[in-house]
Design a protein around this ligand. Structure first.
Ligand SMILES: [Ca+2]
Ligand SMILES: [Ca+2]
Length: 404
């Protein structure tokens, strides 16, 4: 059920009746920008506003002109594995794409002799010419594949552990890591070993670089509980599979343990979600210093804001849709999101308008329902019923399952 929290009243009803926008939590308004899509798994937005996306179950990258509505296929890959979490999963536009037309993709090449595996490749595309930068082993699940740029035009690329958890703890192994490289594919001198910038990751399916503050965020899919958001620092170890959230994990038996994770060699997440559930976090984006992240299982977009006094990160749901969210991107003061079937735009409330955040004073009850502090205890909110999740999976039909 959609939660109508802020603002309520006639203005919202008028918008909904006009078919222009749907209200969402905290006064954010969501509007569909492109529909009749399949599963747009990675969204990228050019400075001029062109929307680019790839679909995990398909083999092409699409560019959409927001002024004319025209769409063109800008890349068609060869045969790829698309079952489960493989496929054309990663897309990023070069910061100077308007001038050089360059972009980067991450996808799973098919291997007829290895139906459970294949090969993940990172490629740079320029005028249709493709340069392979990286080749990695693939698995049905846990392939990562997200790509973002830092403020020097270097790439961060996430990988998964290929469902072989021990690989996440080997610095020289590029799996279970976040990689850092120059645009030509050579590792930067900020890496620990090989390409690894950080290690101890299970399956990072969301990366966001905050240029204003020079910091990198990553969402982390845990097993069946304790999803994470991490602030990534060079050389740090994020604990998988020894720890999950703030607690120990028994990888040999796929069992979450109750003991606290106290090993100082592991960096704690800034947010942990759901002790007994997984939201399957997907893409992430930074807008005005806040981190937005999507959830495959919930169909929600969350916003993490840092309390300037305590440093704690607080989480609120700002969009609660009907379909799995694959990715979010910040552009022009809005959050654009890719969900199953559509791309939409989420506009923050105007602080000056009635119903905006500044003039809205939530009751203590509303605050308790909305916000929960994550940093201390790894508090949880089991928000979804099994029925809701089942319905989402059923509705999806063929195509990807969420990052598990
Ligand atoms: Ca993206
Ligand atoms: Ca961790």
């Amino acid at each position: 059920m959609r939660r109508l929290l802020l603002p309520a009243g006639l203005a919202v009803l008028a918008l909904a009746a006009a078919g222009l926008a749907q209200p969402s939590d905290e006064g954010f308004e969501a509007e569909t920008v492109v529909d009749d899509l399949g599963a747009p798994v990675d969204l990228a937005i050019a400075p001029a506003g062109d929307l680019w996306w790839n679909a995990i179950g398909e083999s092409h990258v699409v560019r959409h002109d927001p002024d004319t509505g025209e769409q063109e296929i800008v890349l068609e890959t060869e045969a790829i594995h698309t079952h489960a979490e493989r496929g054309l999963v990663g897309l990023a536009l070069d910061p100077d794409v308007a001038d050089n037309g360059m972009f980067y993709v991450f996808y799973t090449l098919e291997d007829p002799n290895d139906p459970e595996g294949g090969t993940n490749v990172l490629e740079r595309v320029e005028d249709g010419e493709r340069t392979r930068l990286l080749t990695l082993p693939a698995h049905v699940n846990h392939n990562g594949g997200r790509i973002v740029f830092d403020d020097e035009g270097r790439l961060f690329v996430s990988t998964g552990d290929n469902q072989d958890p021990v690989r996440a703890q080997r610095p020289e192994d590029p799996l279970g890591s976040i990689l850092h490289m120059h645009p030509n594919g050579t590792p930067t001198d900020e890496t620990i070993a090989n390409y690894s910038y950080s290690v101890g990751h299970r399956n990072v399916f969301g990366l966001a670089y905050d240029e204003a503050n020079d910091r990198l965020f990553a969402t982390e899919n845990s097993n069946e509980e304790r999803d994470e958001v991490n602030l990534i620092e060079a050389g740090h170890n994020y604990g998988w599979p020894e720890c999950q959230g703030h607690h120990r994990y028994d990888a040999a038996n796929y069992t979450a343990l109750e003991a606290s994770c106290t090993d100082p060699s592991y960096t704690d997440p800034i947010g942990v979600f759901y002790d007994n559930d997984t939201s399957a976090p997907t893409g992430a984006a930074v807008l005005e210093g806040d981190l937005y992240w999507g959830s495959f299982n919930e169909g929600t977009i969350h916003r993490l804001t840092q309390d300037p006094e305590t440093g704690d990160w607080n989480d609120n749901v700002v969009y609660d849709g009907e379909a799995s969210v694959f990715d979010v991107e910040a552009h022009g003061g809005s959050i654009y999101y890719a969900e199953r079937g559509a791309i939409g735009r989420l506009d923050p409330p105007d602080p000056a308008s009635p119903g905006g955040l500044v003039s809205e004073v939530p009751t203590p009850g509303a605050l308790a329902a909305l916000a929960f502090t994550l940093s201390a205890l790894g508090l949880t909110t089991a928000k979804r019923s099994a029925g809701r999740r089942w319905r989402q999976q059923k509705k999806g039909g063929p195509g990807p399952k969420g990052p598990a």
